[in-house]
Design a protein around this ligand. Structure first.
Ligand SMILES: [Ca+2]
Length: 531
């Protein structure tokens, strides 16, 4: 109790000295503030005996808990709470007098805290939260989603950092979106930040990890590194076999994206369909455009689906320490017959070979591919992400070695899209790190938290926004210094309506036009000749 009181007095003194230094306060006014401070201190001690409601305690903290470095500590138990949300103190390790709990996913639940931001700029948030399991929720500032927090699930409180959040001067309501619910919020610390340093854009890898990468692939990698931190390449996925999205963007903006996104979904052998995207990519490349491919890989056996919940394919049964990456399919069949590898292992290799044939056709047509296989693995919703990080890493290495050393594909720039640091495959096994983000409709934020998270996986790799719903506002990318190497809007409803015209459901047309015509955004017409 005594310690808290002393803290408040210290904060007040620092604020007063700050304004004296700025010539805002005279000694007479300081005496008046000192008197008010003494009263505040009494209130703050009352708070700890439970005599003052949490809202008046918040008011005191609001005017006092700010020091010279603009640090504001919000104890969650002092927040405004409704519905099932309430303060508690059963989980050990909290700060202050407890924490907020009862995030039961009911619509009547809410938690918020009002702070006053002294000047517009970038602030760093540290969110202390805990749960018995892995849980995720979002923090908002004046209604804007500033980043996702997750618990470690070890029953303890842990800190999550959301760095470089831009806040306007004045009142700011800090709140949250429950997401998965069932977590405890201990405190939120807001400090004046430095913003994102431009140093992070320097010294990233500009040479492909494959030492035999062809000339065009090397040129593209170098180009991406040169523009990283300065400009963003525009990108657009198209619905398989069609060009509706890129045509609609051209009609609305007078520009085509620099990168077009394709997918090997219908080349998966288990569904026996005819893919069309290889030919479209060759056409696009002839126009001077860059190509990226993902692969919604229908499981090779059991139920042919790519969502974990729809297939019973268990790829962990494929994992082997036998050296299989460079073996021919015939040799692997012999190993299967002898019981040295499993059917799962054999069929995974067969599928890799089928997709490698398509990539070989692209290589023969001088198409370099920003290759983003095994995407969004850390989320576990796809079968390749359903068996944990170590099995995923085994599969990634197999894919890399088989495609690079056995199929000798030298036209690939490898994009890691596991979306978690502990799933990272390593600096020797990828060229670029990609994150996929689907913000709320018309939310044009640059998504600095996810960007910095991804930068943190390695520190040596270019980071790209490999899938997005809403297109981020280029002005906010510049303001926050969050220069994704490229963005790549997902297809169909995320950009066009049923008639093939621009849909404004996610990104308004005015924003699309602004972004595509910005001198900070590279479009097809601005790409150099890589051939
Ligand atoms: Ca607390």
């Amino acid at each position: 109790m005594f310690i808290i009181k002393m803290h408040l007095l210290k904060f007040e003194l620092i604020i007063i000295m700050h304004f004296v230094q700025r010539g805002v306060l005279t000694m007479k006014k300081i005496k008046l503030i000192a008197a008010v401070s003494a009263i505040s201190a009494v209130f703050s001690s009352c708070k700890n005996t439970g005599d003052v409601s949490s809202s008046s305690a918040s008011e005191i903290a609001k005017t006092t808990a700010l020091n010279q470095t603009y640090e504001i500590v919000i104890e969650a138990e002092d927040g405004k709470m409704s519905g099932d949300v309430h303060s508690a103190n059963g989980r050990q390790g909290y700060s202050g007098s407890g924490y907020a709990t009862g995030f039961t996913q009911k619509s009547t639940n809410s938690w918020s805290y009002e702070v006053n931001i002294p000047e517009s700029g970038h602030y760093d948030f540290t969110v202390r939260c805990g749960a018995d399991e892995y849980k995720a929720f979002k923090i908002t500032a004046n209604g804007k989603d500033i980043g996702e927090c997750s618990t470690k699930g070890d029953k303890k409180f842990n800190d999550v950092e959301i760095k470089s959040v831009y806040l306007e001067k004045g009142d700011c309501k800090v709140s949250l979106i429950e997401g998965w619910g069932w977590f405890d919020l201990d405190k939120i610390t807001i400090k004046k930040g430095e913003g994102i340093s431009s140093e992070i854009y320097k010294n990233v890898d500009s040479v492909p990890i494959n030492p035999n990468a062809n000339e065009k692939t090397k040129k593209i990698m170098k180009y991406l590194a040169e523009n990283y931190g300065k400009k963003v390449l525009s990108g657009q996925y198209t619905n398989h076999g069609y060009s509706t999205e890129t045509d609609a963007i051209y009609a609305a903006t007078g520009k085509y994206p620099a990168i077009r996104g394709f997918d090997f979904i219908f080349y998966s052998p288990s569904i026996k369909m005819q893919g069309k995207d290889t030919n479209l990519a060759i056409e696009w490349s002839k126009k001077g455009g860059l190509c990226t491919f993902s692969w919604h890989w229908f499981a090779p056996m059991d139920k042919a689906e790519f969502y974990t919940e729809k297939t019973n394919f268990d790829f962990s049964k494929a994992v082997t320490d036998k050296d299989i990456a460079l073996k021919s399919l015939d040799e692997l069949k012999q190993m299967l017959d002898k019981g040295e590898i499993t059917e799962e292992c054999y069929y995974i290799c067969r599928d890799i070979d089928v997709i490698s044939e398509q990539l070989k056709i692209l290589e023969e047509n001088n198409v370099t591919v920003l290759w983003r296989p095994l995407h969004e693995a850390g989320g576990s919703w796809f079968w390749w992400g359903s068996k944990g990080a170590e099995n995923y890493k085994w599969l990634w290495r197999l894919l890399y070695e088989r495609q690079t050393k056995y199929h000798k594909l030298n036209n690939l720039i490898w994009v890691y899209n596991g979306q978690k640091g502990d799933w990272y495959v390593g600096d020797d096994l990828c060229d670029i790190i990609g994150e996929d983000i689907y913000p709320d409709k018309h939310c044009y934020e640059a998504q600095g938290k996810r960007f910095l998270d991804a930068v943190g996986y390695s520190g040596k790799k270019i980071v790209a926004l490999t899938e997005n719903g809403v297109i981020p506002d280029i002005d906010l990318i510049e303001r926050d210094n969050v220069y994704w190497s490229w963005f790549n809007t997902w297809c169909r409803e995320f950009i066009v309506d049923g008639s093939g015209n621009i849909s404004e459901e996610y990104t308004e047309k005015s924003m699309l036009q602004k972004v595509y015509n910005s001198d900070k955004v590279i479009t097809l017409d601005e790409l150099p000749d890589f051939d």
